[in-house]
Design a protein around this ligand. Structure first.
Ligand code: BTN
Length: 242
């Protein structure tokens, strides 16, 4: 696999590959050699990984990238929220009249359909690889879900994949600055304004169990607060269903 250096985007050195198995794996492999503040995109991703062992299908022209971010493990849930919020804000800016929502923890939905996926993995102590797939030109047919996928193109947003990469990294950088300066409060408020299924009955599947209740809030850590018959539960990680 050969990587071509493109330019610096905000603080990240951006490299592009013709083809990789997974940009998350490539960043993990290359971080020592290329430095700790990098973003790697690929034109082809042959073994893209999704959350919970699912695969992430390649459609040529879609955007696949992974960038590094320094953060303590205790603030990871907040970073997870910021990553989704920044992406949602970019889409809203590109198409102000469209309906953009975030499904906890950080799936971005456009007109009720999933348009992106985010997989955050640890690289080394306090360095995370944030992998994002954005359906720029095409959407896969999803199986085993009760929602569909969509693309930006399908919604009249016609931009080159690399323009979206620039917009996203700039927005994420700004949102992280806001979080580092003023804490999570403002981010949480912005997040809740566009939260999908907020105050509705939902089911959350975690690694160990499945719980049903009302989606009450997210707390100062970005944990989901679920009001169940047994009382209030705080959920750190999981998948949300309706
Ligand atoms: C999901 O919704 O299940 C998360 C999908 C994450 C896909 C992206 S594409 C770029 C990066 N490389 C991967 O192998 N996965 C992420």
């Amino acid at each position: 696999m050969s990587l071509v250096y493109k330019e610096k985007i905000v603080k990240w050195d951006w490299y592009e590959a013709e083809s990789v198995i997974s940009t998350n794996d490539t960043v993990k492999e290359k971080v020592c050699e290329l430095g700790r503040t990098i973003v790697i995109s690929a034109l082809h991703q042959t073994g893209g990984r999704g959350r919970r062992g699912k695969n992430w299908q390649e459609i040529i022209g879609n955007l696949y990238f992974t960038y590094t971010q320094e953060a303590g493990a205790q603030e990871l849930s907040k970073i997870v929220s910021i990553v989704g919020l920044s992406l949602a804000k970019v889409i809203k800016k590109l198409s102000p009249q469209s309906d953009v929502q975030i499904k906890w923890p950080n799936d971005v939905f456009l007109e009720g359909k999933k348009m992106s996926g985010i997989l955050i993995e640890n690289i080394e102590k306090d360095i995370w690889g944030i992998g994002i797939g954005i359906n720029v030109v095409g959407a896969p047919i999803l199986e085993g879900t009760n929602y569909q996928a969509t693309s930006l193109k399908e919604n009249g947003i016609e931009l080159d994949r690399t323009e979206i990469l620039h917009y996203y990294l700039k927005q994420f950088f700004e949102d992280m600055e806001e979080y580092r300066r003023n804490g999570f409060k403002n981010i949480r408020e912005q997040w809740l304004k566009i939260a999908k299924n907020y105050r509705q009955e939902i089911t959350v599947k975690t690694e160990r169990e499945t719980k049903t209740g009302v989606f009450e809030d997210i707390d100062d850590n970005g944990y989901l607060i679920l009001k169940t018959k047994q009382g209030e539960e705080r959920i750190i990680a999981g998948d949300l269903f309706v």
